[in-house]
Design a protein around this ligand. Structure first.
Ligand code: PGA
Length: 251
């Protein structure tokens, strides 16, 4: 179902006391001022269960990653099933940092999506081109292939359970944001690709979030675009007031 979503990706930041302080400030803000979107927080694995309890349903909790395998001898890994068992609802899959720094390939990402669908964990599937690909004008082609090689191997029912995040790699953590026009153009393209493969109805029902240096200043312009259904927020999600302001911009 197409939903308006603002999701915080905390990455590897915050100790437990800091995480609790931040989440309490966010939940307090949400009780003072109702927002019109689903708010999701992806903390480090260690704090997920604690934050499920701390947020009392005001916020949905996400994992930042999951293992491509179901269970077994995979030291250091966390399964989709475990994530669901602590009350989390979403899982980020294919973030560009995972693709780049941990060499996650299309095959690995496909297996991770499969694990999420098996246990009813909603994947937030990240796609996006890097700086060289955009400067060579290959960004549409790159994004089309990221969809085709991974997400489009699944059925319409599975794709319908997926949130997509368009995150141009050149905009992540750099302070460079895609302009609202650049982002809208790509979001519309992603929707068209889904329509061509699965039909317009499914395309119209898919939530597509923007991520990459989205902040309290630029969120309104991005969220005003018709194919942008919300944001995946890194740096600006670590400051309660900024994150709340971003949530308020999504109407
Ligand atoms: P950023 O990160 O907002 O710090 O650019 C976004 C993301 O990586 O999801």
């Amino acid at each position: 179902m197409r939903e308006k979503i603002v999701a915080a990706n905390w990455k590897m930041n915050k100790t437990l006391p800091e995480a609790i302080e931040l989440v309490q400030a966010i939940t307090f803000g949400l009780t003072q001022n109702r927002v019109e979107c689903t708010v999701v927080i992806a903390p480090p694995f260690l704090y997920m269960e604690r934050l499920v309890n701390e947020t009392r349903g005001l916020v949905d909790i996400a994992a930042q990653n999951c293992c491509s395998r179901l269970k077994g001898a995979y030291t250091g890994e966390v399964s989709a099933n475990m994530i669901v068992s602590v009350g989390a609802k979403y899982c980020i899959v294919g973030h560009s940092e995972r693709r780049q720094l941990y060499a996650e390939t299309a095959d690995v990402l496909e297996a991770k999506l499969q694990r999420c669908y098996e246990v009813d964990l909603t994947p937030i599937f990240c796609i996006g081109e890097n700086h060289a690909e955009r400067s060579e004008n290959r960004h549409f082609d790159v994004v089309a292939k990221q969809l085709e090689y991974v997400l489009f191997n699944f059925s319409a029912e599975e794709v319908a359970k997926t949130v997509i995040a368009y995150e141009p790699v050149w905009a992540i953590g750099t302070g460079l944001t895609a302009s609202p026009e650049q982002a809208q153009e790509m979001h519309a393209f992603i929707r068209q690709q889904i329509a061509a493969k699965f039909g317009q109805e499914l395309a119209d029902e898919t939530s597509i979030l923007y991520g990459g240096s989205c902040n309290a200043q630029n969120a309104a312009g991005l969220f005003a675009q018709q194919d942008i259904d919300g944001g995946l927020i890194g740096g600006a999600s670590l400051i309660a007031d900024d994150f709340l302001k971003i949530c308020n911009e999504l109407r």
